[in-house]
Design a protein around this ligand. Structure first.
Ligand code: ADP
Length: 540
């Protein structure tokens, strides 16, 4: 079984020496406490039984001294089984009767009083024994249940931590009394999150799995890592505080943190706040290492992206071959008709009728070529947009959820400033998602070379007079003069594996919705992409 020590056990060990150095005082309650400790209970019970018996049998005190046998029964709770308790209780009753017989063998006066006291003692010992047997049974059930839960706690594959959030709760309450309305308000005031201040989150106990997961030597080492777990990304820390603030029953999140040896790992954790302890002094945190699973997912994701890229390139290649094939025929016919016409023209007497036929053939072939191009264009055009009433704030939320993993992996801090009064627009949900997805992915990619803790993505929406406006800011390198002019041109890319079609597709989609898209940037200070979608008539 485990050798984990709770904080109290460690503290006790630390002060052990100081305690033993104190001068010894031996008041009555100290003797009782010693007697109550299991290892002293047995001799203590024997001594008490002997003393009570001697006093009862050999003295003529006018009190029911034998009642004190109940102490013997109670001390026996520490070492005897249920049957043992019955035997000890019966023994005490036997000693009481024997004591009575010895002390009254010579026919002392007031026999009735003594008999009454003997009866009271026997009754008290009997009742105490009965109760002791029941208490013993209850203790056994409790111990079994305790053992069961302890085994689950220690051996489960999930890391379990018992935490004390009293200080954190106090810090949150302090903000409330200072007039802060809610967590968004606190955040907008640029207040420091209280997580991470000393002692705001105290670790009381942790199981083996948690210690192993974090490579932590003991719970004190593990405790220092907890704020990092919650502060791993700023958004998460504030969402966590919002859960504490609003008295939610639990909070769940996935994040990436370093263990004690600096190994990066992905963890999924759940914090269960107790409903019946408003002080939050007993919070359970369960945690799972999902690094392996996420790595497999990432590989799958990368393979899928690669496949999609290859498929796009292959489709493009096929399209080129089929365009060449389709156009080759009418163009060859144009050339043939042109050649024939020339030959008729070069005759001594040009055959005007034949020349006219050749020219008409050329025009017809040229029309055919143009028709083929038209058909190809119709073929390559996607299905027409399905226009519905949509809210861009919602679409932004949904789309960002799709790239949440990219955001986490690239350690990008994401902030939303969404207009609460943003009216709906008419649009194709999927196409608008494509636009946002592309702009967000471009922004993340643009920031890959910035230092991890400076990557910031800000997404804003504004309700303009006639349109909903979306702005996506990054703090990547910005746009070079060349990129600025070619940004929306098809096949323009500066990425080794880029297609250069993303922004040109974005522009087609936004334009098809009646809106416009543009980009601005200050070199070194990032780029802002913004696009508008006209408001639905009557809502603007
Ligand atoms: P791709 O992503 O395949 O290169 P895009 O059309 O989406 O195609 O982007 C074209 C080019 O525009 C990119 O290669 C990049 O040079 C530039 N670009 C796009 N977004 C940004 C941005 N946020 N910051 C800097 N450059 C950008």
């Amino acid at each position: 079984m485990s050798t984990i020590k709770t904080r109290t056990a460690i503290a006790r060990e630390k002060i052990g020496l100081a305690r033993s150095a104190r001068p010894a005082k031996v008041p009555f309650y100290v003797i009782l406490r010693f007697a109550c400790q299991s290892r002293y209970s047995r001799p203590a019970a024997g001594i008490i039984a002997a003393v009570v018996f001697l006093l009862d049998a050999l003295t003529s005190l006018d009190i029911a001294i034998a009642v004190l046998y109940v102490l013997v029964v109670l001390l026996s709770l520490n070492f005897a089984t249920q049957t043992g308790l019955v035997v000890i209780g019966s023994g005490c009753i036997g000693l009481t009767v024997l004591g009575f017989l010895i002390s009254h063998g010579d026919g002392l006066p007031a026999l009735e009083d003594s008999l009454g006291r003997c009866f009271v003692s026997v009754a008290a010992i009997g009742i105490t024994t009965l109760l002791a047997v029941r208490v013993k049974a209850a203790i056994a059930v409790l111990a079994e249940s305790e053992q069961r839960y302890r085994t689950i706690f220690l051996t489960t594959g999930v890391g379990i931590l018992q935490l004390d959030f009293t200080q954190l709760k106090a810090a949150v309450d302090k903000l409330k009394t200072a007039g802060v309305r809610d967590i968004d308000h606190a955040r907008s005031m640029d207040l420091e999150s209280p997580i991470g201040e000393p002692n705001t989150i105290r670790l009381i106990n942790a199981n083996d799995t948690a210690l192993k997961m974090f490579n932590a030597a003991d719970i004190i080492a593990l405790e220092t890592m907890l704020p990092k777990l919650i502060n791993a990304d700023v958004d998460n820390a504030w969402k966590f505080l919002a859960a504490v603030w609003s008295g939610k029953s639990s909070y769940e999140a996935e994040t990436i943190i370093d263990d004690a040896q600096g190994r990066q790992m992905a963890v999924l954790y759940n914090v269960a706040f107790p409903a019946n302890r408003p002080a939050l002094d007993m919070v359970l945190l369960s945690i799972m290492d999902v690094t392996g699973r996420r790595e497999a997912e990432n590989q799958l994701h990368a393979a899928r992206a690669e496949l999609a890229h290859v498929a796009r390139v292959a489709t493009l290649g096929e399209l080129t071959v089929s365009i060449a094939h389709e156009l080759n025929q009418p163009l060859a016919a144009v050339v043939a008709n042109g050649g024939a016409g020339l030959r008729w023209l070069q005759r001594d007497v040009p055959d005007l009728e034949k020349i006219q036929l050749s020219m008409e053939g050329m025009i017809a072939d040229a029309h055919r070529a143009s028709e083929i191009i038209k058909n190809l264009r119709a073929l390559s055009a996607k299905s027409p947009p399905k226009s519905t009433h949509v809210n861009l704030n919602e679409i932004l939320d949904e789309t960002v959820a799709l790239v949440r993993r990219e955001i986490d992996i690239h350690q990008v801090s994401l902030q939303f400033h969404l207009a609460t009064d943003l009216p709906g627009v008419n649009g194709d949900r999927v196409q608008l998602q494509q636009v946002i997805l592309n702009l967000v992915l471009n922004a993340i990619q643009a920031m890959t070379h910035a230092a991890g803790n400076t990557r910031k993505l800000l997404i804003e929406t504004f309700a303009e007079e006639r349109a909903a406006l979306v702005k996506i800011h990054d703090n990547g390198p910005g746009l070079t003069p060349e990129t600025r002019t070619k940004l929306f041109s098809p096949f323009y890319t500066t990425k080794p594996d880029g297609m250069g079609m993303g922004l040109s597709i974005c522009r087609s989609i936004v334009n098809a919705h009646g809106g416009s898209i543009s980009a601005s940037s200050k070199p070194g200070a990032g780029t802002i992409f913004e696009f508008t979608i006209p408001l639905v008539q009557g809502t603007g």
